[in-house]
Design a protein around this ligand. Structure first.
Ligand SMILES: Nc1ncnc2c1ncn2[C@@H]1O[C@H](COP(=O)(O)OP(=O)(O)OP(=O)(O)O)[C@@H](O)[C@H]1O
Ligand SMILES: [Mg+2]
Length: 139
């Protein structure tokens, strides 16, 4: 599915809607696209739909976890990760095998194994200063 030329508020609305749609599912969503393309912006509005108020910018934290409805949202950012061994240290394998959780992974495409573990991949593309395209792929 291709969402074209979204403004900031349109992209936030899309993320919020997907958050509502997926809140009861154990889904892994890969967020891919260049720096500043909107991955964290998406994650924040997605989290808002789960009534998580303050999603941090995970630039320095590779992994953050938030509780909602007796479930967990994991927000991962692999921008600073370069080796699969670092994933193991973080316990990502266990996370992916877990239940009652939603996992959002920025820069999921750095590791083919991770990309394969995603149920849904959202690709963000910068069209102009304040417009983005979002393509979703069900895997
Ligand atoms: N239509 C739009 N959709 C999303 N973000 C937009 C849009 N227009 C402008 N922006 C701005 O672009 C920036 C996107 O930054 P964001 O941190 O979400 O990107 P990112 O993909 O997570 O980058 P990084 O790879 O560095 O983590 C924000 O400052 C946001 O306000
Ligand atoms: Mg980001």
């Amino acid at each position: 599915m291709l969402y074209q030329n979204l403004s900031l508020s349109e992209l936030q609305a899309l993320a919020f809607k997907l958050g509502l749609n997926y809140q009861k599912r154990d889904i892994v969503i890969g967020l891919v696209g260049n720096l500043g393309s909107g991955k964290t912006t998406f994650a924040k509005s997605f989290a808002k739909a789960l009534k998580i108020k303050k999603l941090k910018s995970p630039s320095f934290t590779i992994l953050s976890v938030y509780g909602f409805q007796n479930r967990q949202l994991f927000h991962l950012d692999f921008y600073r990760l370069n080796h699969l061994s670092e994933l193991e240290e973080l316990g990502v394998k266990e996370l992916l095998a877990g239940k009652n959780r939603i996992i959002l992974i920025e820069w999921a495409d750095k590791f083919p194994k991770i990309l394969k573990a995603c149920d849904l991949i959202l690709k963000f593309k910068i069209i102009s200063n304040n417009r983005r395209n979002v393509t979703s792929y069900n895997t």
